[in-house]
Design a protein around this ligand. Sequence first.
Ligand code: ARG
Length: 459
Amino acid sequence: MEKMWAGRFQKALDKKADDFNSSIRFDCRMYAQDIRGSIAHAKMLGSVGILSSEDVELIIKNLQEIKSDLDSGKLVFDNNAEDIHMFVEGELTKRIGDAGKRLHTSRSRNDQVAVDIRLYLRDEAEEILSLIKETMAAIVDKAEESVDIIAPGYTHLQRAQPISFGHQLMAYAMMLKRDIGRIQDAVARMNEESPLGSCALAGTTYAIDRQMTAEALGFSGASANSIDGVSDRDFCLELMSAFSLLMMHLSRLSEELILWSSWEFKFIDLDDSYTTGSSIMPQKKNPDMAELIRGKTGRVYGNLMGLLTTLKGLPLAYNKDMQEDKEAIFDSIDTVKMCLEVLAPMLATMKVNGENTYRAAQKGFINATDLADYLVKKGMPFRSAYKIVGTIVAECIEKDCVLDNFPLTEYQKHSALFAEDLYNEISLETCVSKRLSEGGASPASVRVQIAKIREFLKD
Ligand code: ARG
C-alpha cells in the first residue's frame, strides 16, 4: 500500500520495517476516539472558513459511516495501514476523494494521537471507576454480613488483637476509595488541556480555533505550549501509577484470600466458580484467580516502569518511541479490568467461617492488651500493667492455659487489683465490642464505616 508520505521517497519501505513501524494492530482500538477527534477538527475547520460547509458535511457524514461500519464489522482494519489515523483518513479519502484529503489541514498525527489517547483513556477510566465501585459494593456487603464475626487481627502475621472480621474487609474499601480519588484526579488533569491544534510541534499559520475543538471534545482549554502539547505523556503515567497502586491493593487482598482459604486458616471458602482443581491431586481446590490478580500486579508495575524508562531520555518534541505508550497502557487497562471483573463476584460469593475465625481468636493471647488495660483502668500505670500481663502470659504458656481460664487466685498473686470482673473484661466479645474509638474494630464502628462507604457509592 502506498504511504501517504510516499512523495519524498524513491523506494518503498522494507516489509519487515513496515510491520515494525506499524501500530494499527493495537491502536485500532482507538478508532471511535480518532473519529470523534476528526469530526471536531472538521467542524472547526468549517467554522473558521478553512473548509467549505459542503466538505465538512461530507467529511462528517462519512466519518460517521466509517465508525458504524467498523462497529458492525462491515469494515475491517487493514493491517498494512501504518496506524489508526492513516487508516481512517485513507478510508475517508477512498470514499469521498479530495474532501477527505483536506481533513488533515492544520493538523499532524502528533497532536491527533495525543488527543486520541486522552479521549480513549477518559472512556476507559470511567469503566474502571465503575468496576472499582462494584468491587467496593461487594466488600461492603460482605463486611456487613461479617460485622459480628470475631476474628484475630494480625501484625507481623502474628495474632495481635481481636477484631470484627468486617473491620478487616472494610480496610480494603478505604483503599479502593482512595484509588477512585487518584484516578479521578488524573482524569481531571488530563481533561484540562486539549493538545489538538499543536500540530506537528509548533502550532500553525492557519487561524484555527483551538478553544472550539477543546470544548467540543470535553476539555477545559487548549494546551498553552504546542511542544508540550504533543510530547506530554504524563497523563498516561499518572493513570498507570494510579493503576499500580490499585493493583497493589487488589494484590494484598488476594494474598489474604489465598491465606484465608488455606487449611492453615480456613477463615473463608471461595466459591467453586472461582477456584480450580489440580491435574494430579484430587483433593485440591486452588485459589487461582486470587493468585493471578496477585501475579498480574507485576505486569501493571512493569508497564509503568517501561513507559517511564521509554520517556526519560527523549528530546522534545514527538519521537516515535512514544508509540510505545499504547501497548503499555492498554495492557494495564485490560489487566485492571479483568482483575476487578473477577474479584468482585469472587468476594460476593465467598463464605466467611465465623467458627474458625473465632477459634483462631481464642488462641494467641490476643486479649492481653485488654487485660493490661483492665489494670490501667483500675489505676495502674500502663508500663507496669504491661509487664505484669507479660509475666502472666509466660506462666499461661508454661501451664498450657489461656488468660480466660487462668485462676483468679493465680492472677491475684501478681496484683491485688485483679477481681472476678476481669473475665468479662477480657472475653473476646467485650474486647471487640468495646473498641469503640473512632475507626476502631468494634461492630458499631464497622457499621459507621459501612454507612460512609455506602453513601460514597451512591454518587
Ligand atoms: N502511530 C503513531 C504513535 O502512536 C502516531 C503518531 C505518528 N507521528 C509521526 N510523526 N510519525 O505515536
